[in-house]
Design a protein around this ligand. Sequence first.
Ligand code: C2E
Ligand code: CA
Ligand code: CA
Length: 797
Amino acid sequence: MDARQTRSLAVFWYWLRCFWTDPDATPELANYYRAQQIDSLSRQLPLASSATVLIVILCSIFAHGLINHNVLITWSLSLLIIAAGDVIAWYLFVKRKVKNTGSKGALFVLAVMLGAAALLYAQMTTLLLGVLDTQGKIILVAIIAAFITTGAWQFASLPAAALVWVLFLTLGVSVSIHITYDGEYLFISALLVIYWLYLSCVVMVTSKRFVSGLMAETAIEHQRQVVGLLLKDFEENASDWLWEIDHKGCLKHVSLRMQDVLGKPVQQLSGSHFLSLLTECTPAENNAELTELATNFQKNEPFTLDNIPIEINGNVKWWSLTAQPLISSNGDLSGWRGVSTDVTDALLRENEMMLLANIDSLTGLANRHLFSKTLHESFLDNTQLNNTDIVNKVTLITLDLDNFKIVNDTLGHLAGDELLKEMSNRFQEITPKDVLLSRLGGDEFAWLFKHALTPLQATQFGQKVHALLAEPWLHQEHAFDLGVSIGVANAPMDGSSPVSLQRASDMALYAAKASGKNKLCFYDPKLDEYAMLRLALLNDFRQSFANSDFVVLYQPQIRYSDNSLIGFEALVRWHHPERGVVSPADFIHLIEENGMIVQLGEWVLRQACRDAMSWPSPLQIAVNVSPVQIERANLLTTVLKSLNASGLPASRLELELTESSLMCDGDSTIALLNNLREQGVRIALDDFGTGYSSLSYLQRFPFDKLKVDRSFVMAASEHTQSINNVDAESILFAILQLANALNLQTTAEGVETIEVSSLLQSLGFTNAQGFFYGRPMTAEHAKDFINEWPDIQNKEN
Ligand code: C2E
Ligand code: CA
Ligand code: CA
């Protein structure tokens, strides 16, 4: 046999085995199938043996005298022995006296027994056919045919036995017909072969069906075991639990897990009314969910209900419940089956996430996300009202802490955080209940009023905010005066969408900041123009700088003691090709934001030193220095280069710094100032009194001079009690005392009249500067001014 034939044979054998077993089954499973086949056949054996005994009795009576007596006895005894064997086999296998392991031996014995019985029946057929008349023969053959068919069908679960039965009997009948029949035997034989083949096929097909049934049963059993295991695992370990109630709503199936969750024994829970049980465990104020649950149970449709509050031993837990109605075969509701899950942790996590998403973690206020959401919602609410109602329905007040960046940079981020917390606590004190206070980020806060505020109300609210800041912020024994800038915008007047309203209030805030700190501004459409102007200026600046469209003007400074000219302050002007002269007040802060002040500052310094070189010594030049130059540029090198280039002695140069410069990085600024002073350059503190640094800064930083801001001087000139109800004069006096104590010179800015000049002189100021003495003038005019000033040459300052 070649390989191909062997392979074909193997395939055929595989196909054939499918009729009585699963060819792919494991040996254990094959044994199991065989055991089931043996079992099924053994169950037929009592019937078969009863039939055998009856046949033996009938044949003994009927054939008595017809056939040899000894043969009849032997035949009868043989069959009775087989019948007894059948009963024993039934007793052993069905009554489980031996373990039915599906052994091939047992199968063989059964096949042999049936084969033997078949042979004996065939023998009796031969004997009887020899003695019966034609009619008797026909009846006998018919009975035998029915007998073969019945056996084939009855023993089909064990195809080996059934096939032996069919084969031996058909063969036996064939032989006996051959011996006794004298007609056309070939035709009869052909019929018998067809009959045998047909019955064998029936046996195989029936056997196949039996095996298929076994396989399906095995698969189901396997699934059942897996499901059982899973369920067991689920009930023991999972956070969920199963329950089942009958049509009255009483619990049928109570798992151990459910017992644990409810804290009651299974016996107590079984049979109790599920809904009543839950009602007992529900906090009184949370009944809505249970009402919904009851409604759902009435609908006979599957449902899922989330977040049902259940109180067990004083702890409130949250359950989710999924239920499926059980419908009986006649279509009636027979109960409910479902799964419950404790979703408390998930719910807490979800709430936490919600908080994180909506609440600013530092201050506990609403964050930008919640603010935007609420703002959008309030606009949606408004659009649902009719047009007349939506006028001024929302007022947005935004706030920015003045100098927060400085606190952050000098005292560190922890101090910055502390300040923000302190501020938010103070702001909450004055926030009405229905108003959303949010921290939009950094030092920016916002109040969203869902009702209109009149300008007066908004102003009063702003005053309350400013009053909150009257109390200085204490940090490590130091008191810091704080200020806030506030912007107010109303919808839909100033902005008809959330975005435009926010933009409007930002613009108002920006305007408040620009108009000096600690101010409140309302949105004004003009602010848009200013914003556009600022943007345009910024765009033009670079080109103008390249075109040298800048000039430095000089404003004289005098000394009171001898009325002598001590020098000039350099003040830059921008000669804009289209706009004309632009004041530094309008563009310095713009170019500070983008850093271009560094180049301009350098240029002013060089120009001022060069111009001052043409003045008689010891006239000095005072140059303004921006905080950005201190922070970003190498100021010392720049100064030395300018002095070298012009040849101006360092002693004739004074730098004017504002208080915000001191806040950049305290220690390095002190080092820089000391270096400059060592070179002979003097340092003046400009605009004193407008910043928020504590007076202790005066001690830490090395200054030569204080320039008191002109707002104080002007207030003093008005003789009013305008600054925080404290007399301006007494403030000036206090500043002077402080300066004297620290051995600092003092310059009063903004002196416009002789009266003010006299007042300041009498108070004790060292120097003065202002329109009264001279407006900022070109370098040419400055020379004339010097020449015309009565006497300077012989006075040292
Ligand atoms: P500042 O340093 O306080 O300069 C004094 C300002 O007060 C000048 O305004 C001056 O024209 C004005 N002023 C002087 N006397 C009087 C007076 O009697 N009455 C009134 N009402 N005003 C008087 P200006 O030139 O517009 O400068 C504004 C600010 O721009 C300056 O304030 C200074 O901070 C800044 N600035 C000017 N030039 C430069 C510069 O070259 N570099 C830097 N970084 N800043 C500069
Ligand atoms: Ca100045
Ligand atoms: Ca000033």
